[in-house]
Structure formats: C-alpha cells, structure tokens
Design a protein. Structure first.
Length: 248
C-alpha cells in the first residue's frame, strides 16, 4: 500500500470511529433523558396501599381486592393519624376524625371492575368497620360498624392530584369511636371510601344497617362488603389503624 493510500485509509478509519462514537454517545444520552412520568409516583402510593391491605388480611376478609383511585388521609383532633397499619391510642381517637382524599395516579382510569369513572358530581361515602369484634381470634360480632357518612363530591375536574376534604356529611350511622374490650388484642379499624358502581351523579338513597353488629346482616364476618353491594357501591380508597385496650 502506498503512503498516500495509507494516509487516506487512516483518515477514513478515524472518521468512521468518530461517527460511531458520536452515535453511541447520542444513544446513551437518549436513554438517560427518558424518565418515567410523574404520575408513577402516585401509582407507587396506591400500589403500596393495596400491598398493606393484603398484608393485614383486609383483602379478602373485609373487602375484595381493588386498586385505589384515591389516597385516604385520616387525622383525629388529638393529632393521631391513620398510616396504613399504625397503632393508635384508644383515648386519642374518641372524637370524629378529619378525612381527606388525595387523587392518585390511577384516578383518571377505571376501577378494578372497569366501569367506575371519577367524575364531577359523583357522591362519595366513607365508612369505618372493625372486623375483629370482639377479637380477631373470636370474631363473633364481626364486622362491627363504626361509621357511615355520605354527601362528598369531587370539586375539581383536573387530571392532576386533587384534594377532597370531607365536611358537612350526612351521617347514616354516626361515628362510634374504637373501644376494643379488654384482653382482646389489637383490632383493625378499616376506613373505606366508596363511589357508585355505575358512576351516577344522581342523589344516593343508602340503607341504614339495622344494627352495628354484623352491619345488621346477622351473619358472622359479614359487614361493609355486603352493605356496599346492596347499595351499588364500589371501593375507591382505603386506610386502616390498629387499636387495643390497655388491659391485655
């Protein structure tokens, strides 16, 4: 090979290598720039809720498995909060709590059954139930109804996170604070937010359980799930706490 040919060959090789290096660098840069959408942060929260509900055997003991559309915050006047399975002091949860829902990443999608959209004007219902009455080992009073209130509607049509503060509710079953009997261990107090399964914006005419015990069904381990189905409701959010009597 002549000196001139060698020089041309070297120049072409260097140019090809530089082009390949630029292509690789550009490809690498594109891979770094691509990031998951911000809504995935909300999605991870609702999946955590579902995980904790399953871990605490709230799925399927209390309610059928579902993916929440809201993140449910609960705070009592004492400062106690519901944090997906924390233990609260009974004497600090005697007053009715403030309940707030934050719309999560799955709120714009349908519910687990595929027919529930969170629209303006839809009325939501909040409930509290104890599946461990009088104890988790002997749930002969289970479930025990602690609260049913309705009249909440979404006030924002934005696809971004919205906050719904529950106030001015209509009580169907007034708030009865946790009062686990002595020597019955920890009780789960489960907060569930419901919406109409058919997405209706018409006023709801919900039934009142005949009794707090068994939610009036007369059947052990029956309660909020039966009542919700009877009234055409589906769950869209949940939270829960543990509480126990000081005497164990």
């Amino acid at each position: 090979m002549t000196r001139t040919c060698k020089w041309i060959y070297t120049l072409l090789s260097a140019s090809a290598s530089a082009s390949l290096a630029v292509a690789i660098e550009n490809q690498h840069t594109e891979q770094i720039v691509i990031a998951p959408p911000e809504s995935n942060l909300f999605d991870s929260d609702v999946y955590e809720v579902r995980h904790e509900l399953k871990k605490a055997e709230i799925f399927p003991t209390v309610i059928d498995k579902f993916l929440p559309s809201f993140l449910l915050d609960v705070e009592w006047p004492s400062g106690e909060q519901a944090e997906l399975g924390n233990t609260v002091a009974v004497d600090k949860v005697q007053d009715e709590p403030t309940i707030t829902a934050r719309r999560g990443g799955s709120a714009s999608s349908s519910s687990a059954s595929g027919n529930l959209n969170l629209d303006l004007g839809v009325t939501y219902t909040i409930t509290i139930t104890d599946p461990d009455a009088p104890s988790r080992e002997n749930p002969e009073w289970s479930e025990f109804c602690h609260y049913i209130a309705t009249g909440v509607s979404v006030s924002s049509s934005s696809d971004s996170a919205a906050v719904v503060r529950f106030s001015g509710l209509t009580d169907i079953m007034p708030y009865k604070p946790p009062g686990p009997p002595a020597k019955t261990g920890k009780h789960r107090y489960v907060f569930l937010l419901f919406a109409p399964a058919n997405g209706t914006t018409d006023p709801l005419h919900l039934s009142k359980p005949d009794d707090r015990k068994h939610w009036g069904t007369g059947k052990e381990r029956h309660g909020v799930r039966d009542w919700a189905k009877e009234n055409g409701l589906e769950p869209v959010a949940a939270n829960f706490v543990y509480a126990q009597n000081e005497e164990q």
